[in-house]
Design a protein around this ligand. Structure first.
Ligand SMILES: Cc1cc2nc3c(=O)[nH]c(=O)nc-3n(C[C@H](O)[C@H](O)[C@H](O)COP(=O)(O)O)c2cc1C
Length: 419
């Protein structure tokens, strides 16, 4: 008997089943405030049977914004967020929100200050210089994580997920690739975890017992010179010690190995199509260098499973949340059989908000998502949408999606990932 559709208690909340819509950036927050589109979208996901849906990538303070369409947690957005969580609850699902700070992955025009990071440097993606955080910056951002947690409680969320992976700010401090500081925040793993410890302590102080406290962590950064599994298991132990109640195990580093996060091709042509002409230099940059800075990482079902199991073996009594390539009821059951109490899904639910109900009705149900990553490409300058439901897709882009899907299919068959 599959445990998939049985309830699960996560901290102080009980989920109706083991499925969570992963934090996948919606780009539905005009002027950094929630919109009707965000409301409709998450209500539809909740109606589709999910145990808990996650509002993605909310910045804990203004310097942490990397998109103009991203949520910035501040008191004025609480009433709208409360309407959103009420609607999710009315559909029987729980509501989570991802708390993050992008660190150096932004531009002055978006975060309205010189972008900050663990060290000084230049961000090729935006492109812009960024500066090393001072002790005051570090304390301010850590406190912002606590303040954001309080706002999320007020807004009726059941859980927060602190983003400690993918090369965003906490991960920029954790990873030896981006943290070359010489002070007490750099060097040894103990020092590189210090900033994370400060942020998590604030979250725990604000939320323990009131809201489920979770984090998203890399199993590895996904490139030579990045942080590896052995160290990240120690980070997971530290998160547990600090009071985090479950960890989502992911991987990848947006500035260095972005496709390791979700696999497949970087959607160069979709991104270029939707970028406005006033950002012509970005269009040109992505067209010329996109494939080089974001190489394809072939998609495989349950692509993080082997690495996630290493964390489970090291911390057998701790609840890890599985994410990565869950595309069918069979995949979901496999994750349960492997002993993960909860699983997250990104693209299967982006492609079809009813995916969970369909898995429940039919144990042979499979997602029709072919991971062309059109949704990722569109998200950079419009709201995130699957190409199948996108109202402004052009015939040329449709052809491009078909070409990417054919390349994915060939690649995966050659590697034996697909029969
Ligand atoms: C359009 C899109 C946006 C994403 N945005 C985020 C994000 O804001 N935060 C995050 O932690 N992961 C993000 N991800 C990664 C997903 O949450 C998930 O970890 C990844 O897609 C693997 O799961 P999947 O194979 O079920 O899609 C995003 C993925 C997609 C496809």
């Amino acid at each position: 008997m599959s445990e998939l559709f049985t309830p699960y208690k996560l901290g102080p909340v009980t989920l109706r089943n083991r499925t969570i819509r992963s934090a996948a950036f919606e780009a539905m927050c005009k002027d950094n405030k929630p919109t009707q589109e965000l409301f409709d979208y998450h209500t539809a996901v909740a109606r589709g049977g999910i145990g808990m849906t996650t509002v993605a990538y909310a910045a804990v303070c203004e310097s942490g914004l990397s998109f103009n369409s991203q949520l910035w947690l501040r008191p004025e957005v609480v009433p709208e967020l409360k309407k959103l969580t009420d609607a999710i609850h009315a559909e029987g699902a729980k509501a989570s929100i991802q708390l993050g700070h992008c660190g150096n992955m932004t531009h002055r025009s978006t975060c309205h200050c010189t972008p900050i990071g663990a060290i000084n440097g230049f961000n090729l993606y935006s492109p812009t210089f960024y500066r090393k955080m001072t002790r005051d910056d570090i304390e301010f951002v850590a406190k912002s994580f606590g303040e954001a947690t309080k706002l999320c409680i007020e807004a009726g969320f059941d859980a927060v997920e602190v983003h400690a992976g993918h090369g965003y700010l906490i991960s920029q401090f954790l990873s030896p690739y981006t943290n070359r500081r010489k002070d007490e925040f750099g060097g040894s793993l103990e020092n590189r975890m210090r900033f994370m410890r400060m942020c998590i302590s604030e979250v725990v102080k604000a939320g323990k017992g009131k809201i489920a406290l979770t984090a998203k962590l890399n199993t590895r950064d996904g490139f030579k010179g990045g942080q590896e599994t052995e160290e990240l298991i120690e980070v997971a132990k530290e998160l547990q010690r600090l009071g985090i109640e479950a960890i989502t195990l992911s991987g990848g580093f947006v500035s260095r190995q972005p496709m390791y996060v979700m696999r497949g091709e970087f959607p160069v042509k979709t991104i270029v199509h939707y970028f406005p002409w006033k950002q012509w230099w970005l269009k040109a940059g992505v067209l010329l260098g996109g494939r080089i800075v974001a190489p394809t990482v072939p998609f495989k079902h349950l692509f993080f499973l082997e690495d996630a199991k290493k964390f489970q073996a090291a911390m057998p009594d701790f609840p890890f949340i599985y994410v990565g390539g869950v595309t069918s009821r069979a995949d979901a059951d496999k994750v349960m059989e492997e002993g993960f109490p909860l699983l997250q899904m990104g693209r299967a639910v982006l492609e079809d908000t009813d995916f969970v109900n369909k898995m429940k009705a039919d144990e042979n149900h499979c997602s029709a998502c072919e991971h062309s990553n059109f949704c990722v490409g569109r998200m950079y300058s419009r709201s995130m949408q699957c190409h199948k439901r996108c109202i402004d897709i052009t015939p040329a882009l449709e052809k491009e999606v078909a070409r990417v899907n054919a390349r994915n299919d060939k690649r995966e068959r050659n590697l034996g990932y697909k029969k």
